[in-house]
Design a protein around this ligand. Structure first.
Ligand code: ZN
Length: 238
């Protein structure tokens, strides 16, 4: 439903009007340009295309539509940008499903927290390996790459200690239910899907982490929780 509202707002607002309510635009052929509001520059490399209803900066490479522009310039999340632009467009937003919204928020928080754990797990061996494959320290940091240890329950225990409940944790797809379960402790019935893997977070368009791709990393020691790499897959997605 939020997407219908998004389309309606997009139809009613012109990217040129939205952007020029924040910064001064100059006409440049069929486009408009300005000094980029998102990085420091003296010659304009920020362009707005009325035809495509997008903006792009060739200096810092940021780009997007009216929603990402407002998110960036107001420094707000997507929902807030949606509200700001709905106001401008005179579009009445449907009542948000707060339950769904807060459930999603929990999932994002879980991903953010476990990304931090994975980042802390990243040791020099793995960094060297990534750098050898063409990545840089900067990219590793910016995309928040990490490592899931060769352990059955590190991620699960870490998140349970942070106070998350198992019902929310299993919704992330990060944990697998054991075939044989016991009822003494719910957390004993699950184990980490990602073990001994380099973790690449996947983000949605609002830059919230929603999944992982995990690539197996063997290192020097024999793997403890993975018997057969071919069976468990070189790459795993959540
Ligand atoms: Zn820029």
């Amino acid at each position: 439903m939020e997407f219908d509202a998004k389309e309606e707002i997009k139809n009613k607002l012109d990217v040129v009007d939205v952007v020029s309510s924040y910064i001064q635009l100059q006409k440049a052929g069929t486009n408009y340009r300005a000094c980029c509001p998102f990085h420091n520059e003296k010659t304009p490399s920020f362009y707005v295309s009325p035809q495509r209803q997008i903006w792009k900066c060739f200096g810092c490479n940021r780009s997007g539509d009216i929603f990402t522009f407002v998110m960036n310039i107001e420094n707000v999340d997507f929902i807030t940008a949606l509200k700001i632009l709905a106001d401008k467009a005179g579009v009445k937003l449907p009542q948000f499903d707060h339950k769904l919204e807060s459930q999603n928020k929990i999932i994002y928080n879980i991903f953010s927290d476990i990304i931090q754990l994975y980042q802390n797990n990243l040791n020099q061996d793995i960094k060297d390996y990534l750098i050898k494959r063409g990545l840089t320290e900067e990219i590793i940091k910016e995309f928040r790459l990490g490592f899931s240890n060769d352990e059955w329950n590190q991620g699960l225990n870490y998140l349970i200690n942070k106070g998350y409940v198992i019902k929310d944790l299993i919704e992330t797809g990060l944990f697998i239910k054991k075939n044989e379960t016991n009822n003494t402790s719910v957390s004993n019935n699950y184990y980490d899907r990602f073990r001994s893997r380099i973790m690449f977070p996947i983000y949605n368009t609002s830059n919230e982490p929603i999944a992982f791709t995990g690539r197996i990393f063997e290192g020097k020691n024999k793997l403890q929780t993975i018997k057969n790499i071919d069976e468990s897959g070189k790459y795993v997605n959540s």
